[in-house]
Write a protein that binds this ligand. Structure first.
Ligand code: AHG
Ligand code: MN
Ligand code: MN
Length: 346
């Protein structure tokens, strides 16, 4: 066992860094790690049991829910309910936020936002999926926690992370003091520190975008794609195109290798597709902590003031040099319109 550091050991070691509520945040991270292991178990045997395919229900955004979406959602809510540190779970799969009302949660101080299963359209074809989580401290001091406790800016996150269920399973998280990655060792059932102090390369050669939507992209994004495809040895262009369709997996790869992930506005998603609270804020916090940038093409993601639970935004995220170039082309070719500037409902 020498040299191995488990997630549990690491959290305890690092809790001295937290400015408050040391034990509570540690327990919350532990609860998330437990739910992740249970979801991992099911994802891994997805081909063996009758768990593939549609659950036959739709979530609030009208998207078909997969059985594993529903399962993962239940597991995270259950783990956070029994853990006792969380007073509200807001999840992509529920219409409204879920207040946690259990005897052990009476003094709970944390809000958790979660995308229980990201990239779920990839489950049936054995491609990596993920979980994304984001933790806020409750702001209100009296009565029951409410929507305003959930609608906090991304800068208020106290921790965020993702789990990638890929060729190996990894948990990557930040508490605002850098980013660390842990790989699940199935033989001992523990996440072990494998990627300490992750840093995203300053520049990269990978761009990740669903180019099928090209005709509907803002002009600035079209110009960036042209820029990415032009031959220029001094800047390592043309770049390489890599798009999995699981945001967690696409951003994880770019975090390690360097790259940019873009999900801009499209005709089908005029405000962008990805959700601010469950997807963009946590990934933005992690990528910034690793030295990268996350914006909506013009503004920092973490500075966006959320107005609704399922709010969407466009997302430009990754290596700082690449995101800055894309933002520059957006500024030059896609000036803000009044419609785009207004946050819209899911
Ligand atoms: P989810 O499975 O949680 O609904 O998220 C899917 C998201 C994200 O993971 C991915 O990057 C994006 O949708 C893919 O969308 P397109 O199929 O439109 O490219
Ligand atoms: Mn998602
Ligand atoms: Mn999802």
């Amino acid at each position: 066992m020498s040299g191995i550091k488990t997630l549990g050991q690491f959290i305890i070691e690092k809790q001295a860094d937290f400015s408050y509520a040391k034990g509570e945040l540690s327990r919350l991270l532990r609860d998330i790690g437990i739910a992740a292991k249970i979801v991992n178990r099911e994802v891994n045997k997805a081909g063996l049991v009758d768990i593939l395919g549609d659950a036959g229900t739709t979530n609030i955004q009208g998207e078909g829910q997969k059985k594993l979406d529903v399962f993962a959602n239940e597991q995270f809510i259950a783990a956070l309910t029994s853990g006792g540190e969380c007073c509200i779970v807001a999840t992509e799969e529920e219409d409204d936020f879920v207040p946690i009302d259990s005897p052990v949660s009476k003094n709970a101080k944390y809000i958790v936002c979660v995308d229980p299963l990201d990239g779920s359209s990839n489950i049936d074809v054995n491609v990596a999926v993920g979980t994304i989580f984001s933790i806020y401290r409750r702001k209100s001091t009296e009565g029951l926690a409410s929507l305003s406790d959930v609608l906090q800016k991304g800068t208020e996150q106290v921790a965020a992370g993702y789990i990638i269920y890929g060729s190996s399973t990894m948990l990557v998280y930040t508490t605002g003091k850098g980013v660390n990655g842990f790989t699940l060792d199935p033989s001992i059932g523990e996440f072990c520190l494998s990627h300490p102090e992750l840093k995203i390369p300053e520049d990269g050669t990978i761009y990740s975008i669903n180019e099928g939507n090209y005709v509907h992209f803002p002009e600035g994004v079209k110009k960036y794609l042209k820029y990415a495809q032009v031959e220029d040895k001094s800047t390592n262009r043309p770049y390489t195109s890599r798009y999995i369709g699981s945001m967690v997996a696409d951003i994880h790869r770019n975090l390690i290798k360097g790259g940019i992930f873009i999900y801009p506005t499209t005709a089908a998603s005029p405000s962008g597709k990805l959700r601010l609270l469950y997807e963009c804020n946590p990934m933005a916090f992690i990528v910034e902590q690793a030295g990268g940038i996350a914006s909506d093409g013009r503004n920092r993601i973490l500075a966006i003031e959320p107005t609704t639970l399922h709010q969407r935004t466009s997302l430009f995220i990754g290596s700082p040099k690449m995101v800055r170039m894309a933002e520059q082309l957006m500024a030059e070719h896609s000036p803000v319109t009044a419609l785009e500037a207004k946050p819209q409902e899911a």
